[in-house]
Design a protein around this ligand. Structure first.
Ligand code: NDP
Length: 402
C-alpha cells in the first residue's frame, strides 16, 4: 500500500487524483488531505477516504471542517494553517505527495516533500518556475522521485529513454516539442480578446481546470510557465524547447532525437491519464479515461504560436532565457494580474501589461537561496498590485463613462 498525501485535494487536479485512487483501494491508502478553505468538499472527501489527517489553511474553515466531521461521526486529526501542509508532506506514513495547490502557495509544501525524499507528483508548476534550481537540488540531495503531472511534461517523460530521471539531461535528445491547445481565444482578433470576460477565459475548449490555470491557458502564459518547467525538469535550455499549437489536445507533447525520430504520447484530454501514470509508475493502472478514437478525431493539426496577440508567452520566453529571478517576478506579477482580472478589476490585455511593467522595473539577479526567491516574489507582488490598481482605475473609469 502506498501512503498518499493530496495537497490541494478540493481542486481540479485533487478531485481527479482521488477519482483514480478510488479505483485502486488495494494499492493506495490516503493518509492526508489538504486545501485552503473549502470545508464542505474536504469533509466529503475525508468521509469517503478516512485519512488520518486533514488540513485547511483558513482557521474559520478548519473549525467548520471539524464540526462537519463531528456531525458525520468521522474521527480525523484536523490541522490548521499554512505550516500544516509542510507537516503533512513530511509525515513518515506518507510515501507519495500529490502537490496540487495552485500558485506560489504550493511552494513550501512542495519543497518539504522534496527535502523529505518522497515520491513527488508535481502539478504545482509555479513552484518549479519560482524555485527550479532549489527544488531540483532538493530532489537530487534527498533521492526524491519527481514525476510530472502537467499532461505535456508527463508526456515528455513517457517519451524519454527508460531510466531517465527528472533533472537528468536526456541522452540523444535534440529538442522537445511542447504542444499548446491555443486556448479559447486562439482565433479571436485582438479587439475581441481585449473585451474578453473571465467566464470566456475560463471556457477552455478541451480541458476542465481551475480558474487560474484556465486564464493562463487563455493568455498562453500557461505555455510560458510550462516552458520554464520543462527546462528544469529535463535540463535543457529554452532554445531546445519548441512550442507548437495543436488544437485537438490529443498529442500531449513530443521528443525529437538526434537521429530524426520524434516520439509522441497521445491520449484523450483527461488529467486522470498523467495522474494515474505518475501514481503507479513504473507500472500502469486503469484511470477511467475514455479510449482515444483517432478515426473520430479525424485530423491532427500543428502551427506556430502568435506571440503578438498572446504577449504573455513572449514575456515568459524572455524570462526563461534570462533565468535567475526573472521567472519568479514573472510568476508573481502574473498571479496578481490574473487575480485582478478574475475579480473584474483588469481587462484581459492588462495582464500582460502589468507583468511587463513589473519585469521592466524589477531588480533581478541570481537565485542563491529561498530568501532571494521569497523577497523577489513579495516585491513583484507589491509592484503588480500597484500597477493593477492604476490600470484598474482606468477600467472602472471606462465602465463609468459607458
Ligand atoms: P484549483 O483552483 O482547481 O484548485 C486549487 C487547490 O489549491 C484547491 O484545493 C485549493 O483549496 C488549494 N489552494 C488554493 N489556494 C491555497 C492556499 N493559499 N493554500 C493552500 N491551498 C490552496 O487548481 P487546479 O487543480 O486547476 O490546479 C492546481 C495546480 O495544478 C496548479 O498549479 C495548476 O497549474 C496545475 N495543473 C492543473 C491542471 C488541471 O487540469 N487543472 C493541469 C496541469 C497542471 P480550496 O478549494 O480550499 O480553495
Amino acid at each position: 500500500m502506498i501512503g498518499l498525501a493530496v495537497l490541494g485535494s478540493t481542486g481540479s487536479v485533487g478531485v481527479n487524483t482521488l477519482d483514480v485512487v478510488a479505483r485502486h483501494p488495494q494499492r493506495f491508502r490516503v493518509v492526508a488531505l489538504a486545501a485552503n478553505r473549502n470545508a464542505a468538499r474536504l469533509a466529503e472527501q475525508v468521509a469517503q477516504f478516512r485519512p488520518a489527517f486533514a488540513a485547511l489553511v483558513d482557521p474559520t474553515a478548519a473549525r467548520e471542517l471539524e464540526a462537519r466531521l463531528a456531525a458525520k461521526g468521522v474521527r480525523t486529526n484536523v490541522l490548521v494553517g499554512a505550516g500544516a501542509l509542510e507537516e503533512l508532506a513530511r509525515l513518515s506514513e506518507v510515501d507519495c505527495v500529490m502537490a496540487a495547490i495552485v500558485g506560489a502557495a504550493g511552494l513550501p509544501s512542495t519543497l518539504a516533500a522534496a527535502h523529505a525524499g518522497k515520491r513527488l507528483l508535481l502539478a504545482n508548476k509555479e513552484s518549479l518556475v519560482m524555485a527550479g534550481p532549489l527544488l531540483m537540488a532538493a530532489v537530487r540531495a534527498s533521492g526524491a522521485v519527481l514525476l510530472p503531472i502537467d499532461s505535456e511534461h508527463n508526456a515528455i517523460f513517457q517519451c524519454l529513454p527508460h531510466g531517465t530521471r527528472a533533472g537528468d539531461t536526456p541522452a540523444g535528445v535534440r529538442r522537445i516539442l511542447l504542444t499548446a491547445s491555443g486556448g479559447p481565444f486562439f482565433d479571436w482578433p485582438a479587439e475581441r480578446i481585449a473585451a474578453a470576460t473571465p467566464e470566456q477565459a475560463c471556457a477552455h475548449p478541451n480541458w476542465v481546470m481551475g480558474r487560474k490555470i484556465s486564464v493562463d491557458s487563455a493568455s498562453l502564459m500557461n505555455k510560458g510557465l510550462e516552458l520554464i518547467e520543462a527546462c528544469f525538469l529535463f535540463a535543457l535550455p529554452p532554445e531546445r524547447v519548441e512550442i507548437v499549437v495543436h488544437r485537438q489536445s490529443i498529442v500531449h507533447s513530443m521528443v525529437e532525437y538526434v537521429d530524426g525520430s520524434v516520439l509522441a504520447q497521445l491520449g484523450s484530454p483527461d488529467m486522470r491519464t498523467p495522474i494515474a501514470h505518475a501514481l503507479a509508475w513504473p507500472e500502469r493502472v486503469t484511470a477511467g479515461v475514455p479510449v482515444l478514437d483517432l478515426v473520430r478525431a479525424g485530423s491532427l493539426t500543428f502551427c506556430a504560436p502568435d506571440t503578438t496577440r498572446f504577449r504573455c508567452l513572449a514575456l515568459a520566453q524572455a524570462a526563461a532565457r534570462a533565468g535567475g529571478l526573472h521567472p519568479v517576478v514573472l510568476n508573481a506579477a502574473n498571479e496578481v494580474a490574473v487575480g485582478a482580472f478574475l475579480e473584474g478589476r483588469l481587462n484581459f490585455p492588462d495582464i500582460a501589461a502589468v507583468i511587463e511593467s513589473v519585469i521592466t522595473k524589477a531588480d533581478v539577479g541570481e537565485i542563491r537561496s529561498l530568501d532571494d526567491v521569497l523577497q523577489s516574489d513579495t516585491e513583484a507582488r507589491r509592484r503588480a498590485g500597484e500597477s493593477s490598481r492604476i490600470r484598474g482605475r482606468a477600467v472602472a473609469g471606462a465602465h463609468a463613462t459607458g
